[in-house]
Design a binder for this molecule. Sequence first.
Ligand SMILES: [Zn+2]
Length: 298
Amino acid sequence: MELFYNSINRRDFLKNSLATMEIMVAGCAGFRLNWFKGKREVTNWAFLADTHISQDSNDNYRNFYPYQNLQKVIPEINTFSPDGVIIAGDLALLEGKLGDYENLKKLLNPIADKIPVFIALGNHDDRANFLQVFDKIPGEKQPVRDKLVFVVDQPPVRLIILDSLLYVNKEPGLLGEAQRQWLEFYLKKCDNTPTILCFHHTLGDGDWDLLDKLRLFHIIGPIQKVKAIIYGHSHEYRFSTFKGIHLINIPAVGYNFDDSEPVGWVEARLTAKNGYFTLHALGGNKQADGSVEKLTWR
Ligand SMILES: [Zn+2]
């Protein structure tokens, strides 16, 4: 059985160059979920972040057991039965060890053979180790050198999964010039489907944030089809905006840094005009469990 269906051979990936970008972007074809047929008004997604799975399934921090937390979340996602799942980075505990990813794969197994699970890497991930364990991943990797970038066309929206992993086990993140150039080129070429970006790092001004945040905003600010950015990293649940682009900080599955924050995942119903985000809190501050945030796209 293939754990992650619709696999591609990552050794076949094209090297980054403008020539190959032209070919790849020509039709702006992203990965299209294969059971989709005809016009759809809504697509449902499960967003997770910061699972922090260790090779030791008993690993714990601040009285949270990340392995057990993800184990509890999986059947909830199954019940929701979304079109896809996105984990916004920091899959692994600290250094992205092979054993961390083997445990993660084991945990994802009950959903990954039915629902495509897309992954953005975080600062506690190791790209090579991740790819060694997750050798079959859904979607088509975009031609960005040394980065894992995916486009998922799931009407009525498009999701672009970017890679902000800069150094393993150090805080800051960076998209980098090649990825930014690819993104700008892709966004200018593709149709006006409402587009949501997803990656790991937060968008503040700290040394632990996405270091090329301003360059990213410079690109996407004027491109109206970009409606939202979904990310993790802070282990906080927050909504804010930049030039009308919604910035959605997904809570951690593994553990919080502060008692006031929930631990859990977020269910999203996405339409061409709106996003409805429902918190599923399984630990930490559960006061907002079940609360729905309705966002209107710019
Ligand atoms: Zn992080």
